[in-house]
Write a protein that binds this ligand. Structure first.
Ligand code: ASP
Ligand code: MG
Length: 404
């Protein structure tokens, strides 16, 4: 007998029929003799719809009230799923985040899990109940409802798996696993049997939509094995664990992120401390800076280019405009029309020429590279948004067309 945590995303519970499909998956695991704890997201596009409803009333609503509203989506889905399981004749209890002991920081809208007290979940398991927990939500130390940020149910599931020392954490979704590129757009994308935490973390951060990156961080820290699999097709998924590259691949995947904007500041006098001045203004507003490029000194001036998340662009421009206006000759411009294309793979640590192969593919397709950033296991390029899909296709082909 094992303790299994299963997480189901919004598309997996989008209708009554799909809720029964999920109920069947859950009760099968239960009938096999396992203790089963389920974490569920809001149905379909419910969270977006709730945000839409809020915007009809007040586009400046406080984050606290937004969390009260958004958390309601998961309250609906746990109740409906529990009712379906009741109907199938199995013992079941639904729990909201706070009942399941999920305590968080009080940063509404992007709260961090601080502690999970699984006492109530364990009590229900002792009574042989299937336990259905609302994902995405928790309780702050002030007893306010919080949410963990978009896609946060993955984080709830992994956190609960850690707190229960679960034997397995299964993330059920609408794709069959982790692919070498988004299978909806890249026809010859392959499903990976396994991927390491580090590679998955890079892919999740770089725009692969399959797992929330914080959930992978927690899984890595606590060494919880994850399985990403489909709730629609009954086939093995992808295992996420410490060491994975059994398929001896040079790279594990190609990711695209459109939520990127480029900021250019030109004509900065070449005095010491300017990088500190610029980036401290952004960090004061909690704006993450990504790819950074600085020019050589020309005359006595320098230019600097960097990217931020597109949804933080106006904040960033606001933070920097004053500074730029105060410096004679400095000029700030920005461009939303860019995307980041990345290749990720532990294989590049031990193989030369991986970046060159990516650049060759882009060159052959006449795609201009605006910026480059690398880490031990990734190479990212910034290209114009019009070229983004073609860039993914051509880079993916360069690495994967010969396999299969
Ligand atoms: N329902 C929340 C969202 O749409 C959380 C989740 O689905 O993981 O972001
Ligand atoms: Mg998700």
């Amino acid at each position: 007998m094992s303790l299994i945590v299963q997480k189901f995303g919004g598309t997996s519970v989008a209708s009554a029929k799909l809720i029964f499909n999920v109920a069947n998956i859950i009760t099968r695991a239960y009938q096999e003799g396992n203790d089963v704890v389920v974490v569920v997201s809001a149905q379909g596009d419910m969270t977006d719809e709730l945000i839409g409803k809020a915007n009809e009333i007040n586009t400046n609503a406080s984050k606290r009230e937004m969390d009260v509203l958004m958390a309601s989506g998961e309250q609906i889905s746990v109740a409906l799923l529990a009712m379906a399981i009741e109907k199938l004749g199995f013992p079941v209890t639904s729990l909201l985040g706070w009942q399941a002991g999920v305590m968080t920081s009080s940063t509404y809208g992007s709260a961090m899990i601080t502690k999970i007290d699984p006492g109530r979940i364990k009590k229900e398991l002792d009574k042989k109940n299937i336990v259905i927990v609302a994902g995405f939500q928790g309780l702050s130390q002030y007893y306010d409802v919080t949410t963990l940020g978009r896609g946060g149910s993955d984080t709830s599931a992994v956190g609960i798996a850690v707190a229960l020392s679960a034997d397995l954490c299964q993330i059920y979704t609408d794709v069959e696993g982790v692919y070498t590129a988004d299978p909806r757009f890249i026809k010859n994308a392959r499903k990976l049997k396994a991927i390491s935490y580090d590679e998955m973390l890079e892919l999740a951060t770089l725009g692969a939509q399959v797992l929330n990156n914080r959930s992978v961080e927690i899984a890595k820290k606590h060494n919880v094995e994850l399985e990403v699999l489909s709730s629609f097709v009954d086939v093995p998924g992808t295992i996420v664990r410490e060491v994975a590259n059994m398929e001896k691949m040079l790279i594990s995947g190609v990711a695209k992120d459109n939520n990127v904007a480029k900021i250019s500041i030109t004509g900065i006098p070449d005095a010491q401390g300017w990088a500190f001045r610029i980036f401290s203004k952004l960090s004061a507003r909690d704006i993450n800076v990504d790819t950074i490029l600085q020019s050589a000194v020309h005359g006595d001036k320098r230019d600097i280019f960097f990217t931020v998340n597109e949804d933080r662009l106006s904040d960033a421009v606001e933070a920097l405009n004053k500074y730029c206006e105060s410096i004679e000759g400095a000029k700030l411009t920005y461009d939303k029309n860019v995307a980041k294309i990345s290749i990720v793979g532990a294989g590049m640590q031990t193989h030369a020429g991986v970046a060159a192969k990516m650049f060759e593919a882009l060159f052959t397709a006449h795609i201009d590279i605006q910026m480059i950033a690398t880490s031990e296991i990734k190479v990212s390029v910034i290209v114009s948004q019009e070229n983004a899909d073609e860039a993914v296709r051509t880079v993916h082909n360069a690495f994967f067309s010969t396999i299969d």
